[in-house]
Ligand binder design. Sequence first.
Ligand code: ATP
Ligand code: MG
Length: 428
Amino acid sequence: MSAIQATRGTRDILPEEIPYWQHIEAIAREILGRAAYQEIRTPIFEQTDLFARGMGEATDVVSKEMYSFQDRGERSLTLRPENTAGVVRAFVEHNLQAQGGIQRLWYLGAMFRYERPQAGRQRQFHQLGLESLGSADPRADAEVIAIANDWLQAIGLKNLRLEFNSIGDRTDRQHYREALIAYLTPHKADLDADSQDRLTRNPLRILDSKDQNTQKILQAAPSILSYLSPESQKRFEQVQQLLSDLGISYRLNDRLVRGLDYYTHTVFEIQSDDLGAQATVCAGGRYDGLIAELGGAETPAVGWASGIERLVLLLQKMQKPPVKALDFYLVSRGDRAEAQALKLAQTLRQTGFSVELDLSGSAFGKQFKRADRSGAAACLILGDAEADSQTVQIKWLASGQQASLAQAELLANPDALRQQVQTAQTEA
Ligand code: ATP
Ligand code: MG
């Protein structure tokens, strides 16, 4: 029988890749915690309608990319393609706005989109994102961007670029939409097929087209910035000023619109040149219209989402995995020694040390080879002679120094032992 493989567009994250993920996640927890963000975990599937209303029927995600299915109760459900809609649903359902003030929430989890798989683009992928719910203050926009910036920098990423734009409020966009349709309609026949299709359904999305001919036509297209009301324009300038005050550099990009319907004012993307076509590692903006759209009270909000796979790809190009050092590798041979070794391993672990116990029962020579490869600070050796005398041999792997000591002595002063282990690990 042939073996079953992972489904197209999904992949296993094997242990050797995990240190990158843990590094990215640990720094996120640290930085988000410092900014008073709280984690939220919402279901992986929701009613299809939530995404249809939250993202808009005309978006690519809703029209082409959703994993929707009927469950046994004939409900139409969808694996979440993104998590803003889910967070907002939870916010409304649990009346979190009643708690007053701003809700600062973050999440991490798998998202699902039916797309053509390629490097940095999968059908199951992971996003870490945040939502700042309840403030229309331009400082809220600058704050979420600053947090993304700090996080990506602290991870160790370089050469990132912040692209920044405003798409104004609903009225501004309506005017711009009409102007764009008016400009593009005479060129309709020369647009790529997708863009022709979007011309009436979602014309702003045409600005995202990768088609060269379409891009050429777009060069002379009107700019959203000419359609901002004086208030929207002022708000746009305020956020820019705040970013400058924070020392965050950005590039204005009036072609940046994002594919989602509920965005207002601020839109931004953080991009890298080292990822080929899948350049965006973090994308977000303000979505003042969404919460009312999903049945809540009119609530201003701003947030972003970042694709973790793309961050891992960047990190893998730059650095070796941040390895977690092992304290001890424990080898044993002989009936009495093997029984005692398990006990010694457990006692050491309960005292706070990391211990890999060799379970192979093979000759000492083979076990020593594995000890060398394990990256442990020291190898602990138990034969029946040691077991009978309640002793243990300790061999520091970097220096080769070896000693015999009573097991009780090994555990008598954990602080001193920790110190020795750390010294050995810095030598290695
Ligand atoms: P793209 O233009 O790359 O399709 P998008 O506009 O669909 O991106 P968003 O919905 O804004 O992306 O999602 C935010 C981030 O999530 C993206 O910038 C990207 O880093 C990541 N992301 C989105 N779709 C995928 C995917 N299919 N595989 C891996 N990461 C993804
Ligand atoms: Mg997409």
